[in-house]
Design a protein around this ligand. Structure first.
Ligand code: FAD
Ligand code: NAI
Length: 467
């Protein structure tokens, strides 16, 4: 039997980052993973393959629909979908191999198999054929999440699918029906719309990407509608049936109180994810869940058993890879006696559609609700030289700052390369910058970053220069 200072269960971005930081801090560390490859949801069936497919579909879409504006004529453009999916697989396997390399480099012992607590210091790891026991002084539960479904709807993985299957289809759908206008639903709608599918999105709420600032959802819906995506907001799905070669989806229009039926060849269910603790033996370890099935933790991410920590998608908070990574580092440093801190308000959120949507801090709705006095400044990309030069003028940046102190409280953007632009806003807010601080910093011309400076100028006494 092997004995470790720390045993990390799960090798996603939470688990593998935590294991590396533990090893860097001198702890004898093991990592347990039930699948043959490391990297968890993010590397295998989440962030990495979805971004790879988004990128390929974007290149195709640009070639067929925007090259002519640039004066480039292309005569015959075809999609080799098999090659597209193969490239995604290659990117995934290179990235997962990279994690394995890092485990070996940091002398972290890898155990492949499903981990189940036997007691609060022992984990049984079983690969279906044999099992081994791993002892730990401390444990970190980083077991992530799985797709949720809706009551009465069976995900058969053939026609009624989750993101995992949608990233590995053998054909481009003719008509993809998407349930859920959240992050997964919209990123995968973009992929298949660009590749030629008809795409219909059914969303229960009255707007898409409901967790973000309302202006972002409105703008994104406008652009995606222009691209041909059909939206059915305020629609509650009541039935999904696989009829062989087809799938039929019924939903109730909540505003008109009538039923609609859509028929397509695939139905993607993207209504959120649930924490994954199946067969983890939490009862044997005496670890408690909260009322939403997440592992219950205190502000130091300790469970009710103080030597067992939990991080990432399996605990409260946003289900994001970088949030899981920060928590992995925090827990390792806490175990080593350091005093790390995470400001959850400054974890950015990004939707990788095109235009991209990115956000950090408080939304306008939250500030109104909390009665915080605020002012705002917006700047549209169409007023920016760089955006016009690249023919990318959809979108805007909105800066929310405290009315009296001018401190930036929230930044919300939709437009070209916003996934990268948001980094400057996070940095500014981390150092508690005022809108005027950013407005006074020189930003290279012509770049997209100038839109952030201009939005900050607009928030500072309405001083935008190019508007
Ligand atoms: P996971 O990555 O889920 O890893 C948990 C690991 O634990 C898994 O490998 C699992 O097999 C293993 N495990 C579970 N139970 C056991 C057990 N008992 N024994 C052994 N091993 C076990 N986030 C972003 O920030 N950016 C994105 O662009 C993004 N895109 C996404 C796209 C899609 C399609 C999806 C589905 C998700 C996306 N996410 C994205 C979310 C992101 O993938 C998750 O937030 C992140 O993976 C959570 O990390 P984690 O370490 O908590 O868990
Ligand atoms: P989500 O929570 O983003 O969106 C789910 C949507 O489904 C919501 O808009 C909800 O109102 C809707 N919905 C729920 N029940 C419904 C019903 N009965 N009928 C119609 N609509 C219904 O969840 P999603 O998209 O599944 O993503 C899961 C998680 O994965 C997210 O929390 C996200 O953080 C993470 N993720 C992050 C990405 C990124 O950072 N770019 C990309 C993909 C996923």
């Amino acid at each position: 039997m092997s004995e470790f200072d720390v045993v990390v269960i799960g090798s996603g971005p939470g688990g593998y980052v935590c294991a590396i930081r533990c090893a860097q801090l001198g702890m004898k560390t093991a990592i347990i993973e039930r699948y043959p490859t490391l990297g968890g949801t993010c590397l295998n069936v989440g962030c990495i393959p979805s971004k790879a497919l988004l990128d390929s579909s974007e290149k195709y879409h640009e070639t067929v629909s925007t090259f002519d504006v640039h004066g480039i004529k292309v005569s015959k453009v075809e999609i080799d979908f098999k090659q597209m999916v193969k490239r995604v697989d290659d990117v995934v396997s290179q990235t997962c191999d990279g994690v394995k390399f890092l485990m070996n480099k940091n002398k972290i012992e890898i155990f492949h198999g499903h981990g189940t607590f036997k007691d609060d210091h022992t984990l049984t790891v079983s690969d279906g054929k044999s099992s081994t026991e791993v002892k730990g002084k401390k444990f970190v539960i980083a077991t992530g999440s799985k797709p949720s479904s809706l009551p009465g709807i069976e995900i058969d993985k053939e026609r009624v699918i989750t993101s995992t299957e949608a990233l590995k289809l053998s054909e481009i759908p003719k008509h993809l029906i998407v349930i859920g206008g959240g992050v997964i639903g919209l990123e995968l709608s973009s992929v298949y719309k660009r590749l030629g599918s008809k795409v219909s999105v059914l969303e229960y709420a009255d707007s898409i990407i409901g967790m973000m600032d309302k202006d972002m959802g409105k703008n994104l819906q406008k652009v995606l509608k222009k691209d041909g995506v059909e939206f059915y907001t305020s629609h509650q799905v009541t039935e999904v049936k696989n009829t062989g070669k087809e799938v039929s989806v019924k939903a109730k229009d909540l505003k008109k109180d009538k039923e609609i039926e859509l028929k397509g060849d695939y139905c993607l269910v993207a209504v959120g994810r649930r924490p994954y603790t199946d067969n983890l033996g939490l009862e044997a370890a005496g670890v408690e869940l909260d009322d939403r099935g997440r592992v219950n933790t205190n502000e130091h991410l300790q469970t009710n058993k103080s030597h067992i920590y939990a991080i990432g998608d399996v605990v409260k908070g946003m289900m994001l890879a970088h949030k899981a990574e920060e928590e992995g580092t925090l827990v390792a440093e806490l175990m080593a006696g350091q005093k790390p801190h995470i400001d959850y308000n400054l974890i950015p959120g990004v939707v990788y559609t095109w235009p991209e949507v990115a956000s950090v801090g408080q939304t306008e709705e939250q500030l109104k609700n909390d009665k915080v006095p605020y002012k705002k400044g917006s700047f549209p990309f169409k007023a920016l030289g760089r955006a016009r030069a690249s023919n990318e003028s959809d979108g805007l940046i909105k800066v929310l700052a405290h009315k009296e102190t001018d401190e930036i409280l929230g930044v919300h953007m939709i437009g070209p390369r916003c996934a990268d632009l948001i980094g400057e806003a996070v940095l500014a807010m981390e150092f508690r910058a005022s809108a005027e601080d950013v407005a006074r910093i020189s930003h290279a011309h012509p770049t997209y970053t100038e839109a952030f400076k201009e939005a900050c100028l607009a928030a500072t006494e309405d001083r935008a220069i190019h508007m």
